[in-house]
Ligand binder design. Sequence first.
Ligand code: SF4
Length: 439
Amino acid sequence: MVKTLNFCLITLGCPKNQVDSQGMEKKLLQLGYRPTSTPRKADIIIVNTCGFIEKAREESLKVAKELAKKKRKGQFLLIAGCLPQLWGRKIAEEIPEADAFLGTKRWMEIGELVSRVVESPEEKPILLGDPQGPSFDSDGLSTTWGSSAYLKISEGCSSKCAFCTIPTIKGPARSFPRQALVEEARRLVEEGVKEIILVAQDTTAYGLDRGEKDGLVTLVEEILEAAPALKWLRIMYASPLRVTERLIQAMSSYPQICHYLDIPIQHAHPEVLKRMRRPYNAEKIKGLVNQIRQTIPDIAIRTTFIVGYPGETEEAFRFLVDFVEEMAFDRVGVFVYSREEGTPAASLPDQVPEEVKEERFQKLMAVQQRISYEKNLKLVGKELEILVEGYGQGLSVGRSYRDAPEIDGMVLVKGKLKPGEMVKVRVVEALEYDLVAAI
Ligand code: SF4
């Protein structure tokens, strides 16, 4: 009898990577491989790596090297995702113990790769570049946990931000077919998913590569029509340049669309924005945020900023701090600039010393922490609907429409609530990032 092989899939990085991993898992299950969560017990270990910034690459490499060190005889180690895509053949020198490498664009070839490796272990295939077959595969559209799912609506990015490696790793934006996404959303909701979170490098660019205007709104409307039982539809990674009147109107009129918008702004100072190659300014952002807040008064706006970008002077940083104070965003992610080889920003003059970057990071985080706490205080006494995610030590943990998974706060409720349920709670206490509520 032929032994059924086990595989262990380890995923690092962002939700988009998690979706690709789910796609690989589906392929392997269809082929009869069995999943295990213990690397030691697996015949095949697949590490889906992240390569977005240096820190992420270091972590991915560390995980891969540790697994390589512990690799036992007869076990296969496959390195997938951003690291091989970014490093090309060099990756094989970094992790010589690995048996095969698979780039981000070719995750759907995992089944063929595994059989190749098992059948001829000396070969060490490296599959990079564009896929052999079609670049779209409906197995890689979503990943589910609890009652939530990420739905990836496109791959790649056509923007030219000077600091970013994504276009190099993933290539230009390619929107997935609308029909397939609508069908996937319908299926997810039928299976009990209550929250669908749309992800992409830039969700608002959806359809642009096919010449569609406001493609995201059309997609959202079709999803809601096909899956009317969906409770929450959340939109992540919206470009400030592409949040249109139609999108804002749709968000305000469809009750299922969470009053939550993640708009990465990255900076506010005109010189820094210019050096980042992000064609807008603080005034434009203010106008946009005001317009959104006027139309949707309870909107929670999340954004991200990079501090310590080349040429960010003390004055430019102060400008950013003032902007953050004035705008009082609900959620802010702060990143220290990471000098990425091969990006235009890496060769810019006036790189900021590490200790200054770190200092600025701490300062901006402290400013936002205060804002976040003040915002949370205003919620005390208010009613919020939460999606329960777990229970432990007498506390239930959930998220409201204001909280995206993994990056935002949580709502803590005393007592046992059923994970996956949506429950109305009343906020009784504000913490810096989280809320405490009662049933
Ligand atoms: S829009 Fe985002 S993913 Fe695209 S280049 Fe800019 S930072 Fe990178």
